[in-house]
Write a protein that binds this ligand. Structure first.
Ligand SMILES: C[S@@+](CC[C@H](N)C(=O)[O-])C[C@H]1O[C@@H](n2cnc3c(N)ncnc32)[C@H](O)[C@@H]1O
Length: 210
């Protein structure tokens, strides 16, 4: 993956013809939220909207945030294609997560999937996302594991942008949370030569008591 992964890089990437990501929701979003009761959800770094759309289709009222306006436009189109009932359940909003403050305790689910921020801003950004989780609500953060840099699958090249579940524990308010999932599962991806390659994700889910 080239570029500095800033807003310009992402807007350019989303401005091409082709879809960048699959129209299926992320697998750990589906598995980790399966038993939750739908309510208000915040999808941080929502990309082309597959997760937000899946959440809306499963009863959630979603706010989807990305700093790439091209992504938000594309995502909103995809939501409209799913019909007015789905589109009406999602609010698309342009914000930069490095200074975005969703406010305290407003969401039953806050999810960030494969958003790789630099370490200088990451704890504060994820801390604000955690603070936005309501009592009884869930924080779900998923990212690529740094060991993927040793594979032939394209990944952000800067090791500074990778986090661990143990780092994420440190952004939670002490005594308020129960960590439900802190794991590094393997899955298989296909490299540019068509070979199957084992890759790893950081999957972190915590529940705020209440
Ligand atoms: C790898 S993509 C993942 C998109 C989506 N979550 C998914 O899994 O399909 C990362 C997304 O995060 C967004 N992003 C990266 N840094 C951001 C920031 N500082 N503020 C807001 N969005 C950001 C990018 O525009 C991009 O859409």
């Amino acid at each position: 993956m080239a570029g500095d992964l800033g807003e310009e890089f992402w807007n350019e990437r989303y401005s091409g013809q082709a879809r960048v990501w699959s129209d299926s929701p992320n697998r750990y979003l589906v598995s980790e939220t399966a038993e939750l009761t739908p309510g208000r959800a915040l999808d941080a770094g929502s990309g082309e909207g597959a997760d937000a759309i899946w959440l809306a289709e499963h009863g959630w009222l979603v706010t989807a945030v990305d700093f790439a306006s091209a992504a938000l436009q594309r995502a909103a189109e995809h939501a409209r294609e799913r019909g007015p009932a789905v589109a009406a359940r999602i609010t698309w909003a342009r914000h930069d997560l490095t200074d975005f403050d969703p406010g305290p305790l407003g969401y039953d689910l806050v999810t960030a999937q494969y958003v790789h921020l630099p370490s200088a801003v990451r704890p504060a950004a994820f801390g604000r996302l955690a603070a936005a989780v309501a009592p009884g609500g869930t924080l779900l953060i998923v990212g690529h594991h740094v060991s993927d840099l040793q594979t032939t699958i394209p990944r952000p090249q800067d090791p500074d942008r990778y986090f661990t579940g143990d780092e994420l524990v440190t952004v939670l308010e002490p005594g308020e949370w129960q960590v439900v999932t802190n794991s590094v599962p393997e899955r298989f991806s296909t490299d540019s030569d068509g070979r199957p390659v084992g890759v790893h994700d950081v999957v972190f889910r915590a529940r705020r008591g209440g």
